[in-house]
Design a protein around this ligand. Sequence first.
Ligand code: HEM
Length: 128
Amino acid sequence: MSDIQTQEDLYLLVDEFYKKLLADKTISYIFTDVVKIKLEEHLPILVTFWSQGILGTGGYSKNLTQIHLDVNEKEYLSPELFSIWLNHFYNSVDENFKGEKAERIKTQALSIATVMQIKILNQKKEEI
Ligand code: HEM
């Protein structure tokens, strides 16, 4: 098994990851009912995002945390949902890649998920 090296590798990764998310009823409704994502538009955005973080290319300039705070306004993104999301992400990486970048992408996902959850908690506090 080799490491993540190209954007094609990242495409394979996010494709496998979304197959898992969409096959899991405990989280799929977020992507099919709360926000109706169009997979053919969504996956290339994910590749650009991860390519920036892992392969050092540019191209992603949106505020990712704000996008998720907006989703959270529609449907609470609970710690359980984050845990399910991270588990599917880790498994998708581990089933396909091995190496320094494969480790780094999992660490980055965890860091970003942690920041998102702190912001979500702060948003809840403001509502009280
Ligand atoms: C509970 C966990 C999560 C859920 C349910 C979730 C759900 C979603 C949804 C519904 C969208 C589409 C938003 C829209 O188009 O309006 C989205 C976009 C996205 N998510 Fe997440 N997300 C989660 C965690 C994360 C984490 C931890 C990361 C990164 C490490 C991430 C990366 C992305 C990216 C890159 C996009 C594309 C944003 C764009 O269109 O520019 N997500 N997510």
